[in-house]
Design a protein. Structure first.
Length: 446
């Protein structure tokens, strides 16, 4: 029987005023495990609503959670480490208590998960074993964000590629680099969406497509910063970038991460009231909530204060998260170029990352040198953080990357060491000043 014609096993109550999201009550998700027709219904509704919150899933076990998740993609990507309290290593256990789960996960900025892959995770789930007041998560409609921008800014965004990476020494081939179009067609629905991570440690650089008659997103005032000795490495990388990203643009610029990340953050923060109601939803969790999330359509951000409130004061917050890879999935830019996962050594790729990845040590080295040059010599932290497995008790394999060899040891899975320092120094001040000028220029053009 066709999914559209089959009786609905549950009803979805659309979120009020927001353009996405829905609530389901009175349905036991265990009924869908092992039943393709019910999973097809869940997938169809997830693609329609982008975020589904199922109330009352208190009897769902960790085993049930994984069995349901595996019907939406592979959880065997190896991109996060297990917490000792997690019942299975594929369940990322997150809490406001280090004894119970990883803390401070995802709080560094708006993001989609899995930006170090050839495409972000297709689907993710969250199951709240214990919720607390104020421990909310904000969700952002990426198509809605793009649609709220002026048309000229949208066109500029369509020419940008987000670059992330993970590894100890990328220039030597120990790691992987992902090149993802900032604006892309949703792989399943075909709708416009975006892909980014606005945390400072998750972005190596941006690559900008330059048309013959344009000066690029940052115009002339970036030329002084990028026109020094490092410009030679960027020029040498043009052939490699054309081979990776297609022949359409006349050339490619490599931009440091900070200004564009700041611009996107400010665009989100400055949404007018109507746009904000349509584009952003604050989910107030209840114990037993289970969220099914279209990770290619929504970014998210935990409430920084509420989710990390001390357990002795606010109570214990615990949830299990799964993230699923759609093997072989790639993002497609507005001009038809496809996302790239570039690696130097095949054995360094996780199994779920190997399909479609390009293993080319020379190309990786060429691109990494261009990225290094774009950051400038004054502050290498902009493009490379010490190669660690995670920040303070963070369970994600945080794409802390090193463009060159690092002496720092990789902490063990129980490390509570603080995250690598945020970019600092004169270059950061200069880049933020450039971002301010860009914002003023964009405002003036409107």
């Amino acid at each position: 029987q066709d999914v559209a014609e089959a009786p609905r096993p549950y009803e979805v109550q659309a979120f009020d005023r927001c353009s996405f999201g829905g609530l389901v009550e009175g349905y036991d998700l265990r009924e869908a495990i092992g039943k393709p027709e019910l999973v097809a219904r869940l997938r169809r509704d997830m693609e329609r609503y982008k975020l589904l919150v199922f109330r009352g899933q208190t009897e769902l076990s960790g085993e049930d959670h994984l069995a349901l998740s595996e019907q939406f993609g592979s959880t065997d990507h190896g991109l996060h480490r297990p917490h000792p309290r997690a019942p299975d290593p594929r369940l990322l256990r997150i809490s406001n208590s280090e004894a119970e789960g990883f803390v401070q996960v995802g709080t560094s900025g708006w993001h989609v998960d899995g930006v170090m892959l050839q495409a972000p995770f297709a689907v993710q789930t969250m199951h709240f074993l214990s919720a607390i007041p104020g421990g909310d998560t904000l969700f952002l409609g990426l198509g809605e964000l793009l649609g709220a921008m002026p048309e000229d800014l949208q066109e500029r965004m369509r020419r940008l590629w987000f670059v992330s990476g993970v590894g100890k020494n990328l220039i030597a081939g120990d790691g992987q680099l992902s090149l993802l179009p900032l604006v892309h067609k949703h792989p399943k629905t075909g709708e416009d969406s975006m892909c980014f991570h606005l945390g400072s440690q998750y972005c190596v650089a941006w690559i900008e497509e330059i048309e013959a008659d344009t000066g690029g997103l940052f115009g002339g005032f970036m030329a002084g910063l990028l026109g020094g000795p490092g410009a030679a490495d960027v020029n040498l990388a043009q052939g490699t970038l054309r081979r990776l990203l297609g022949e359409g643009p006349s050339k490619f610029n490599v931009l440091p991460p900070g200004p564009t990340q700041d611009l996107l953050t400010r665009l989100i923060d400055s949404l007018d009231e109507g746009s904000r109601e349509r584009a952003i939803w604050r989910q107030e969790w209840q114990t037993g909530d289970f969220a099914l999330i279209d990770n290619c359509a929504l970014a998210h951000l935990p409430d920084r204060e509420g989710t990390q409130a001390p357990a002795v004061e606010a109570g214990l917050r615990i949830f299990h998260r799964t993230t699923m890879v759609d093997l072989g999935m790639r993002l497609t830019s507005s001009r038809g170029a496809r996302s790239v996962l570039l690696a130097g050594r095949p054995e360094r790729l996780a199994e779920a990352s190997r399909e479609g990845a390009l293993v080319d040590l020379a190309a990786l080295g060429c691109v990494v040198r261009a990225l290094t040059s774009a950051a400038g010599d004054e502050d290498a932290a902009l493009v490379g953080a010490p190669a660690v497995s995670g920040g303070k008790s963070q369970g994600t394999s945080q794409p802390a990357f090193a463009l060159g060899p690092q002496e720092q040891e990789v902490p063990s899975s129980t490390s509570n060491s603080p995250p690598p320092p945020a970019p600092s120094g004169k270059l950061v001040s200069r880049l933020r000043a450039k971002a301010d000028k860009l914002k003023a220029a964009v405002a003036a053009s409107n």
